[in-house]
Design a protein around this ligand. Structure first.
Ligand code: G1P
Length: 294
C-alpha cells in the first residue's frame, strides 16, 4: 500500500548572499512576491497538495519565519475591532493549525543534503515532500495544480520517489542537479541517473531538478553517510543517487511555470507574473508596464 504524503520539509537556513544587502536582516525566504513572502507562496503550494505538517529547517537570524506562521494576537484583534475583515481573513487563512509546524536548526551551512537530514527525527519513518523555497511555481491557466500537487499525483501512480524537473537551455545545466531519463510517458518518466552541478558540456540531459521532491525515509540514513560532494557540500542529489540503487525514482514534468527566486531575474519575473494574475491590480499594473516599456 502506498503511504499518504502528510509531511513536508522546507530548508530555509540559506544565507541569501545573492540578495545582499536586502537579506542582511531579512531572511531571503521572507522577501515579498506581490503581497506575501516567497515562503508563504511555497507553503500554500504544499497545503494545496494535501500536506498537513510543515517542518522548517532554519538557522540563526531566521526567527521571523516562526513568527510569520504563528498567530499575531494583537494585530488580529486590532483588525477585527476596526472591521478590517478582508485583511484579517487574508492574514489568518493560511495559518497552519496548532501543532502542525516544527522548527529545527541546521547549525552550520553544510549543504542541502545536510539540511534535509536535520529533519530526520521530525519526519520519522514515512515518505515526505521537500519544497525548496527558492523556487515558486504557478499552475497552468485554469488549473489549481501547482508543482507539488502534480508530484503527489505521480506518486499515487508510481509510488517510490519523485523528482520534479524543468527544461533549461544547455548553457544553464551546470547550475543545477540534472537527471538522465529512461521509459517516458510524456508527463512522467523513469530516472536512470542524476548528477549535481555537472561541468558545462557534460550534463546527461537538459532536465534539471527543480526543487520539489517526494522521498522515502531511507534517504536519511544515506544522507548521514554520503560525505561532501559538489561545492564541498553534502548534496541531496548524492543521497538520492545512493537511494536510486535500491528504489525507483520517477521524474515529473511540471505543467505550469517555475520561477527561480534565488536570482534577481527570477524574483522580479515572479513579481510581474503574480501581479498580472492578481484581480485587484492586474489591469492597472498591465497599463503601468506598457507605459514603462514605451
Ligand atoms: C539545489 C539542488 C539542485 C537543484 C536546485 C534547484 O541546488 O542541489 O539539485 O537543481 O536546488 O534550485 P542549489 O540551488 O541549492 O545550489
Amino acid at each position: 500500500m502506498i503511504k499518504r504524503i502528510r509531511k513536508a520539509v522546507f530548508p530555509v537556513a540559506g544565507l541569501g548572499t545573492r540578495f545582499l544587502p536586502a537579506t542582511k536582516a531579512v531572511p531571503k525566504e521572507m522577501l515579498n512576491i506581490v503581497d506575501r513572502p516567497i515562503l508563504q507562496h511555497v507553503v500554500e503550494e504544499a497545503i494545496e497538495a494535501g500536506i498537513e505538517h510543515f517542518c522548517f529547517v532554519t538557522g540563526r537570524n531566521k526567527g521571523v519565519i516562526e513568527d510569520h506562521f504563528d498567530m499575531s494576537y494583537e494585530l488580529e484583534d486590532t483588525l477585527k475591532r476596526r472591521g478590517k475583515n478582508k485583511e484579517h481573513a487574508a492574514m489568518t487563512a493560511m495559518l497552519p493549525a496548532a501543532g502542525a509546524t516544527s522548527f529545527t536548526r541546521q547549525q552550520a551551512p553544510l549543504g542541502l543534503g545536510h539540511a534535509i537530514w536535520c529533519a530526520r527525527e521530525i519526519i520519522g519513518d514515512e515518505p515526505f515532500a521537500v519544497l525548496l523555497p527558492d523556487m515558486i511555481t504557478m499552475s497552468a491557466k485554469g488549473s489549481q495544480r501547482r508543482c507539488m500537487k502534480q508530484c503527489v499525483e505521480a506518486y499515487g501512480q508510481h509510488g517510490g520517489n519523485i523528482i520534479a524537473v524543468e527544461t533549461v537551455p544547455p548553457a544553464d545545466t551546470h547550475k543545477y542537479g540534472v537527471v538522465s531519463i529512461g521509459a517516458d510517458n510524456g508527463h512522467s518518466f523513469e530516472i536512470t541517473g542524476m548528477v549535481e552541478k555537472p561541468p558545462q558540456g557534460t550534463a546527461p540531459s537538459n532536465l534539471i531538478i527543480s526543487g520539489r521532491y517526494i522521498l522515502q525515509p531511507e534517504i536519511f540514513e544515506l544522507l548521514g553517510a554520503v560525505g561532501t560532494g559538489a561545492g564541498g557540500e553534502i548534496q541531496l542529489t548524492d543521497g538520492m543517487k545512493a537511494l536510486a540503487a535500491k528504489q525507483e525514482f520517477h521524474g515529473v514534468r511540471f505543467d505550469g511555470r517555475t520561477f527561480d527566486c534565488g536570482s534577481k531575474l527570477g524574483f522580479l519575473s515572479a513579481n510581474v507574473a503574480f501581479a498580472l494574475e492578481d484581480a485587484d491590480i492586474a489591469d492597472a499594473f498591465r497599463a503601468e508596464l506598457k507605459g514603462a516599456l514605451g
